[in-house]
Design a protein around this ligand. Structure first.
Ligand code: MV4
Length: 668
């Protein structure tokens, strides 16, 4: 086995490979771009080498940079992960030339499988079923047109060098053929530098069923069963599962044999995936072979109990396959959901930003989280915006689906838009629950999958309000501890006041809806006025930020993340985002003139949290004014030092009075 392994990748797959390598006692070497200097995979590795600036083509895609790092660090082997250089035959070749083991298939296998037409010709010879079609080298329009007529419409015109559906055109009758061929040629040339095309019988709404195969250096080949990856949106896999729902065991065996034959036909070594299209009548057809470990490999690991990266490392080190075919069996069912920083409401536009709050569900025998980011990390524009892969397993599909839905609901992300709610809609969809998955799923059910988020429920509003009041109470306690008169009644924010039913009025913006909520102070908490009637609310904030609430006698745990004036309530199904609107704070911020803060409206100063000389950060609470029967926290509009306070608790301030002055930058 190797002593040292360089992982030529980043994010979750780099972390995942490092995890297995470390378990095997292998020294791990990470490579990173400038943008990833503080990323998790760098922190996890025994050693890390900078390989270039943020753009992937100058770092993770640079064969020279990666090999230079490998030589510098004395790496005996390189694991390419997936994507980047993982299916680059020139990179595999360069590793060999440098005397470094490439943890992957032979160079020739990568090259052959990189061409659809060439791979199909090889499969045909190996007796692997192909979609009826033409994959020849004669690319004249006449030949392609003749092939289409021989196959029978509808046909699919595909780029031979293509992948992921790029350059594919469905042609339903001969009239559209010429334009389709011309368009596919243009697109293929532009995307792949190779305009060769193939023409196939078009299968309507097939399922994408792929077989995991593994071959060692001594000619043994096994398959580790199938994965169903039919749930793809614009050729991006969304949720994958293993085994394929409802797949007949005899068909599984036939597909397994065909996949093994495909691997043997090309002299394969290592992990590979043979992709098939499965038609409704049970027939199946080879579409392509991926010569890398797939993103979705964890679902196979969960149902077979095998660590496929360990298999890769052992096979690359010359060892035989750890198990034979008759030692492999399916146990249970697994799903993988790909959690992305993207905005389904904006056509899945990739999102960037800082992960202000990130709390995955608790891992265990039923829940696995493969991720490369943590709280505070940036999702940048440079790379794939994947946050994590959530993998759930249980004894059967229904149970595994329950686990998936619960884990998705528990996945907390604040700071970037995510597809979590969309994934939850898919997992909860009756058609998905029935296993009615095929490549037309999203087209068929898109109306159900993008529900307009309704207004916040009363429970969500109660939790958000409770969090605001607890936050204010904590700020007041902190101020009291710093004050010369800590027991002054003005320091309390509970709303308690002599001879008055004091209360808080909170305003939350909820999309286009505005909620104006009144909470009356009571000795054991507050009573909240809601459309359904008064609700007693009380609670505490745990050290880990969990809100332990009692809403009308019902106890529940939730999390409310504060992000500026945003409050994101999580733990009650899909997270709900509210904006706390504080008119005084808005007014004060807008009226902060130079170094002073003026009263945005007439009112009574009820609390002062600072004193002259205090240094405050932007957003820190300075004082509270009671006006219009509402308490308004006036916050520092910027970092600064308090120079002078003009009001004390109990004083009456008029609109425009200077409440306090900040020292100017020179400390004047
Ligand atoms: C097909 C097909 C129907 N008929 N080939 C899309 C990308 C590549 N992996 C193969 N793809 C397809 N090839 C024939 N002859 C339908 C698709 C297809 C698809 C396949 C698998 C998963 C999702 C898909 C989404 C759209 C189209």
């Amino acid at each position: 086995m190797f002593d040292s392994l360089l992982i030529a990748n980043r994010g979750e797959i780099a972390c995942r490979v490092i995890r297995t390598a470390r378990r095997l006692g292998i020294r791990t070497i990470a490579v990173y771009s400038e943008a990833d200097a503080r990323s998790r995979h760098v922190a996890m590795a025994d050693r890390a080498v900078a390989i270039g600036p943020a753009p992937a083509r100058e770092s993770y895609l640079s064969i020279a940079a990666v090999l230079k790092a490998a030589k510098e660090a004395g790496a005996q082997a390189i694991h390419p992960g997936y994507g980047f250089l993982s299916e680059n035959a020139d990179f595999a070749q360069a590793c060999q030339a440098a005397g470094i083991v490439f943890v992957g298939p032979p160079v020739e296998a990568i090259r052959i499988m990189g061409s659809k037409s060439e791979s199909k010709r090889l499969m045909e010879k190996a007796g692997v079923p192909l979609v009826p079609g033409y994959h020849g080298t004669d690319q004249s329009d006449a030949t392609l047109a003749e092939a289409a007529r021989a196959i029978g419409f509808p046909v699919l015109v595909k780029a031979s060098a293509g992948g992921g559906g790029k350059g594919m055109r469905v042609v339903r009758e001969v009239q559209g053929l010429a334009e389709a061929i011309a368009g596919a040629r243009r697109e293929a040339k532009a995307a792949f530098g190779d305009d060769s095309l193939l023409v196939e019988k078009y299968l309507d709404r097939p399922r994408h069923v792929e077989i995991q195969i593994f071959a060692d250096g001594q000619g043994r080949v096994v398959h580790l069963f199938e994965r169903d990856c039919s749930l793809q949106r614009r050729h991006q896999k969304v949720i994958e599962e293993a085994p394929a729902p409802g797949l007949d065991p005899n068909l599984r065996a036939s597909m397994g044999r065909a996949a093994v034959a495909a691997a043997a036909a090309v002299g394969y070594v290592g992990a590979g995936t043979v992709e098939f299209l499965k038609a409704a009548d049970g027939s199946f057809y080879f579409i392509e072979m991926n010569t890398r470990l797939q993103v979705e490999h964890p679902v196979t690991e969960m149902i077979t109990g095998q660590d496929l990266v360990e298999w890769q490392l052992r096979v690359a080190a010359g060892e035989p396959l750890p198990l034979q075919q008759n030692e492999l069996a399916i146990k249970g069912h697994a799903f993988e959901a790909r959690i992305y920083a993207e905005d389904p409401a904006r056509d899945f536009l990739p999102a960037t930003g800082r992960l202000v709050h990130l709390r995955p569900p608790t891992e265990g025998p039923h829940v696995r989280v493969d991720t490369g980011v943590g709280s505070g990390d940036e999702i940048s524009i440079h790379y794939d915006p994947m946050i994590a892969k959530l993998i759930c397993w249980d004894a059967d599909r229904n149970r595994a689906l329950q686990r998936l839905k619960a884990a998705l609901a528990d996945y907390q992300v604040v700071g970037v838009a995510t597809n979590l709610a969309f994934l939850g809609s898919v997992a909860a969809h009756p058609a998905f629950a029935e296993g009615a998955v095929d490549t037309g799923f999203f087209e068929r059910h898109k109306a159900d999958l993008f529900p307009e988020p309704g207004p916040a429920s009363e429970r969500v509003l109660a939790l958000a309000s409770l969090d605001v009041l607890l936050e204010r109470a904590a700020e007041a306690e902190a101020a009291a501890r710093q004050s010369s008169d800590p027991h002054s009644p003005w320091h309390t924010t509970s709303g308690w006041r002599l001879n008055d039913d004091n209360h808080h009025v909170l305003i939350f913006k909820d999309g286009a809806t505005e909620h104006r909520l009144t909470l009356h102070y009571r000795p054991q908490g507050w009573v909240m006025d809601l459309p359904s009637g008064p609700l007693r609310v009380n609670g505490v904030l745990d050290a880990d930020g969990t809100l332990r609430a009692d809403l009308g006698g019902i106890r529940l745990a939730a999390t409310v993340i504060r992000h500026g004036d945003e409050r994101v309530v999580m733990g009650l199904g899909p997270s709900h985002r509210l904006i706390l609107f504080d008119p005084a704070a808005q007014a004060a911020e807008s009226e902060a003139q130079g170094g002073s803060l003026v009263a945005p409206m007439p009112g009574k100063v009820t609390q002062v949290f600072v004193k002259a000389g205090d240094r405050v950060a932007r957003g820190a609470p300075l004082l509270v004014i009671e006006a219009m029967k509402m308490e308004h926290t006036i916050r520092a509009p910027a970092d600064g030092v308090v120079a002078k306070l003009n009001f004390a608790p109990g004083d009456q301030a008029s609109d425009g009075d200077v409440l306090l002055a900040f020292a100017d930058e020179e400390g004047g």
